[in-house]
Ligand binder design. Structure first.
Ligand code: GTP
Ligand code: MG
Length: 197
């Protein structure tokens, strides 16, 4: 799929105030600093569409972007970064979980994990929560440009070993880099497939 147009619509802290749920929607979630906003910019080829920062905790609201006037991308605040206060973390997690579990038009959530990190408890717990609530998601490995192919494959194999302890089946997995745009086409094709379903 080609993105011809991507426009920022609205930011808010309350799931009930999001745009009318009249189009397919896809959300990006994961730890702070994992690269959610950067990936949205890479997908849309717009450097400044979603605000990014090297300091974790940049995205603090639920942000909607309208793509090709047909579907929404949603950038969410990250969870679980030690540099963000415990109160803030709890607030973001509550906001995100409320949004994900109540948003009627949300067709898939992309859970981003940094390909350099071993499976982290807060990511695994988040995926567990998604599974328990019957919410569909993919795992998106980010920052693939930071590792060679051999090392990247090892990290993914390790991730699968850990998932296997609790999951009968693996969720779909994508390997991406916002620097090189690796995986962007795969991710957009995945969205297109769901949109057409
Ligand atoms: P919060 O909004 O704080 O939750 O973070 P985020 O997940 O939106 O991360 P963001 O996109 O702001 O990126 C965090 C940092 O990682 C920035 O310094 C980015 O430049 C960097 N980054 C993101 N994606 C990539 C990538 O694919 N490769 C490399 N090398 N750096 C990346
Ligand atoms: Mg962000």
């Amino acid at each position: 799929m080609k993105i011809k147009e991507a426009v920022f619509v609205v930011s808010n802290s309350d799931a009930s105030k999001c745009p009318a749920p009249d189009r397919p929607e896809y959300a990006f979630i994961g730890r702070s600093n994992v690269g959610k906003s950067s990936l949205i910019n890479a997908l849309t080829k717009q450097n400044k569409l979603a605000k990014t920062s090297s300091t974790p905790g940049k995205t603090q609201l639920i942000n909607h972007f309208l793509i090709n006037d047909e579907w929404y991308l949603c950038d969410l605040p990250g969870y679980g970064y030690a540099q963000v206060s415990k109160t803030e973390r709890a607030k973001f997690m509550g906001m995100v979980k409320n949004y994900i579990s109540t948003r009627q038009n949300l067709l898939n959530t992309f859970v981003l994990v940094d390909i350099r990190h071993e499976p982290l408890q807060n990511d695994l717990s988040f995926m567990q929560w998604m599974g328990e609530n019957g919410l569909p998601f993919c795992i998106v490995f980010t920052k693939a440009d930071k590792l060679g192919q051999g090392k990247a494959s090892k990290m993914i194999a390790q991730y699968k070993r850990v998932l296997k302890q609790t999951w009968e089946e693996f969720p779909p997995m994508l390997i991406t880099s916002s620097e090189t745009r690796q995986g962007c086409k795969d991710l957009l094709d995945y969205i297109q497939q769901i949109n057409e379903f």
